[in-house]
Structure formats: C-alpha cells, structure tokens
Design a protein around this ligand. Structure first.
Ligand SMILES: [Zn+2]
Length: 152
C-alpha cells in the first residue's frame, strides 16, 4: 500500500486559523466607504498628515482605524475625559462597512456635532452590526470623540 510521492505538495495543516480577508493597503478603497483610496482618505488622518475637517470625517476615520487596527489613532481622537485606559481590538472581528445615517453640527463652524451610524462587521465569520449616535467636540481645532448618546 504505497502511493507515489508528491514532493511539491505543500503540507497544509488542517484547521489553521483563517487569514483575515484582504488587508487594507494604501491603494485599497478606504474602509470608511468614501470613493478615495485609503492613502488619500483616512490614512492622511491616521498618519497625522491632516486632521479631520468635520465630525463625520473623524467618525469615518475612526471606523477605518478599527478596520486597520490603529489603536493609537483611536486613543488620540478620544476625548481625555472619556478615553479608556487602553484599547484591545477583537482579532476575530472584521469591519465590513459603514453607513452614516445622519449628522448634526460638526462642521468647521461648529464645536460640537453628532454622527449617527451603523457599523457592519463579522465576528468569527458571522455578520453583525453596531448602531450608535456618537457625540463629537472640537478641542484646539481638532475633532475628538466624546461619547455615545443614549438610544431613544
Ligand atoms: Zn476614509
């Protein structure tokens, strides 16, 4: 009972952890859902080349930061009074899309704003979503996340 050897066949372990879907690259469509490539969109905020001009752009860039795993950006765009001591992202969670449902204020002429959104993700491969009406304030000219308004 011998089979011919197939020396070039890679030895794939069964039940290997699933690789993340496609990783975000600079040329990828930005995870936040705008038409620009990641490089020309939220990456500019993540890398400190620019700051988000509106509360909605900050919200989108924070969603993208979750998608690319940039916890440092999430922390520095979190208001110091509500920022957690640390942030661990769930490795089994994949962010799959962002819907902006509504905004108030949040422009260059405001110091406060809200962004209502639904963020879609999969957790261990199962689709789910998170709804939030987030409150943002502008501190020293930069939008930061304050907290979530209670659901009505
Ligand atoms: Zn973006």
């Amino acid at each position: 009972m011998s089979k011919p050897n197939k020396p070039n066949k890679p030895n794939k372990p069964k039940n290997a952890p699933r690789r993340p879907a496609a990783a975000v690259t600079p040329d990828s469509p930005c995870p936040c859902g705008r038409a620009d490539a990641y490089r020309d969109c939220c990456a500019a905020f993540h890398q400190g080349r620019a700051t988000a001009p509106t509360a909605e752009r900050l919200m989108r860039s924070r969603y993208s930061a979750f998608a690319v795993g940039d916890t440092a950006y999430l922390m520095r765009t979190w208001h110091p009074t509500t920022r957690p001591g640390g942030l661990d992202l769930e490795p089994a969670q994949r962010w799959t899309g962002l819907e902006i449902l509504g905004t108030t204020g949040g422009s260059a002429f405001h110091t406060e704003g809200t962004v209502e959104f639904r963020a879609h993700f999969t957790l261990h491969g199962r689709p789910d979503s998170q709804y939030e009406n987030s409150r943002f304030v502008r501190e020293d000219g930069q939008w930061v996340y304050l907290d979530a308004l209670p659901s009505v």
